[in-house]
Design a protein around this ligand. Sequence first.
Ligand code: PLP
Length: 330
Amino acid sequence: MDLLSQAMAAVPRAQLGSLPIPLERLHRLEQSLGVSPIYIKRDDLTGLGPGGNKVRSLEFLLGDALQQDCDLILATGQVQSNLCTLTAACANKLGVDCTLIHNGDRPEQLQGNLLLNHLLGANSVFLGPVDLNTRSLAMEELLREQKQAGRRPYAIRNGATTGLGAMGYAAAIAELKTQCAEQGIDHLTIFAPGGNGGVAAGLIYGNQLLGNPFTLVIISVEDDTPTLTRHIEETLAETVSLTGVAFSGIDWNYTCIVDDYRGEGWGINTQESSQAVLDFARLEGIFLENVYTSKLFVGMCDLLQKRKVNGPSCYLHTGGLGSLFSQYTF
Ligand SMILES: *Cc1c(COP(=O)(O)O)cnc(C)c1O
C-alpha cells in the first residue's frame, strides 16, 4: 500500500462528492494565451449544493461526525461563506441537522449563499458585526448548550481548514494522478488558491506521499507568503498527528507559494480579478467569483504568459458559485 492510501485508511470518510471530478482541456484559453496544454480540474462541480472544494474536506469531517454518531452539525462563516452552504447541503445528504453561525446581520433580502442556505433549510444564526473570536466563542457556547440539551453536536472549526479537512485534497492528489495516467499527462503543474491554506496543505501532503508527481503553485488570496506558509505548516502538523504517516516538511522543489495577486486581501477585488470573472465566462462558459478563483486565474495566466511556469498546467477550480450572486448587481 502506498503512503497516501495508508494515511487515508487511518481516517474516517463519508461519500459526498460526485468523484472523480472531470479533468478537462481549456482550448479557448490556450489559444488566447498562446500556451498549451492548460487543463481545468472542475472542483466547482463536486456535486452537492453549488459545488466547490469544501465538499472534499467535508467528506472527512462529516465522516468523523458520523463515526461519532453526531446528529447536529455546527459551522461558522461570514454571511456569504461557501463552507456554510456546503455544510448545509452535505448535512442534508447525510440526514443530520445543521446550524450555521454568521458574523454579520441578516440582510433584508437573502442573496447568494444565504438564499441557498434558506432553500436548504439550514438553521441560521446572525450574530451581527462581531469579530472572528466572538464568532468562534458563540459556536463553542452553542456546542455546550446542545450537548446539555441531549443532542450530539459536531463543530466544524476554522473554515474546515483542519488536519482532517485537509485530507480532502490529499485524496484529490490520488484522483489526479490516476486521471493523468489515463490521459497521458506528464509533469503537470497544479495552480490552486490559498485562503486559510487547507486546500494547499492537503495537496502538499498528498503530493509528497505519492512521491511528488506534481508541481504545486499556490496563489494566496489573503495573506503574505510567510503567513500562509505558517498556516499550511500548522495544518500539516495536525494532519500528520491524525494519520500517523510522517511528512518531511514542505518540499520547495515541488511547491511554490505566491502572494503577488492578492491585492488588498481577502474579498477585495483587484482590477484584474474582477475582469477575470468576465473574461473566463466569455472564453470558456465557466463562472469564477471574486474572492478566490478569479485571483487564482489572474495569477496562473500571468505566470504562464511570462513563461515563469512551463509545461502542462492545471487550474484547480475551487467553486464559490453561490457567492457570485451576491457580488454582482446589474
Ligand atoms: C474555502 C475556499 C477556498 C480556500 O480554501 P483554503 O483551504 O481556506 O485555502 C478556495 N476557494 C473557494 C471557492 C473556497 O470556498
